[in-house]
Write a protein that binds this ligand. Structure first.
Ligand SMILES: Nc1ncnc2c1ncn2[C@@H]1O[C@H](COP(=O)(O)OP(=O)(O)O)[C@@H](O)[C@H]1O
Ligand SMILES: [Mg+2]
Length: 162
């Protein structure tokens, strides 16, 4: 098994978090999962909006908290989930959403810790945390497929955490 890869980054404005998402999004393909961890306001939806732009999706991305899942059409379809209401999410997953996640789509999950049992073993994990100035993002690959995505991330040097 390939060792995991961890990249620690720091952003001082929402646009920088979005830009990191964009750079990752440009590298993704159907079948990839990006799962987001971090408290309210940490920047999960901001990062997700960047990923969508990087994928070439034109539609503006909004928080899927109440609908649990937003679908965006584009060069590759994006399913953007928010598992905050984990009991509701669990039943929606059991009623067919889990099957849609297996399709030719990119999956982005906010509050991924609340649907841990449904996550594939090979995924990109992004943990966001508030810092005195801005946010700290830790990107981690948990398998060879996600590792290949993170390895080629362009220009991340500028965001490397001190
Ligand atoms: N460095 C930063 N990265 C991301 N968001 C930031 C940053 N600095 C300030 N913000 C602000 O924090 C908020 C993050 O909101 P959002 O992305 O909806 O978080 P979450 O989805 O984690 O609840 C936005 O209002 C954004 O403008
Ligand atoms: Mg959000």
């Amino acid at each position: 098994m390939a060792p995991s890869l961890v990249v620690k980054l720091h952003t001082t404005a929402a646009e920088q978090t979005r830009e990191l998402g964009r750079r990752l999004g440009r590298r993704l393909a159907a079948g990839d999962w990006v799962v987001l961890y971090g408290p309210l306001g940490a920047g999960k939806t901001t990062f997700a909006a960047g990923v969508a732009e990087g994928l070439g999706i034109r539609e503006p991305v909004t928080s899927p908290t109440y609908l649990l899942c937003h679908e965006y059409a584009g060069p590759v379809t994006l399913l953007h989930l928010d598992a905050y209401f984990e009991l509701r999410m669990d039943s929606v997953l059991a009623e067919g959403l889990a099957e849609r996640l297996q399709g030719p789509v990119v999956v982005l999950v906010e509050w991924a810790e609340k649907m841990r049992a449904w996550l594939p073993p090979d995924r990109i994990e992004v943990s966001l945390a508030h810092r005195a100035e801005g946010r700290e993002l830790v990107l981690q690959a948990t398998g060879p497929r996600s590792r290949a995505r993170l390895e080629g991330l362009e220009g991340v040097e500028a965001f490397l955490a001190p």
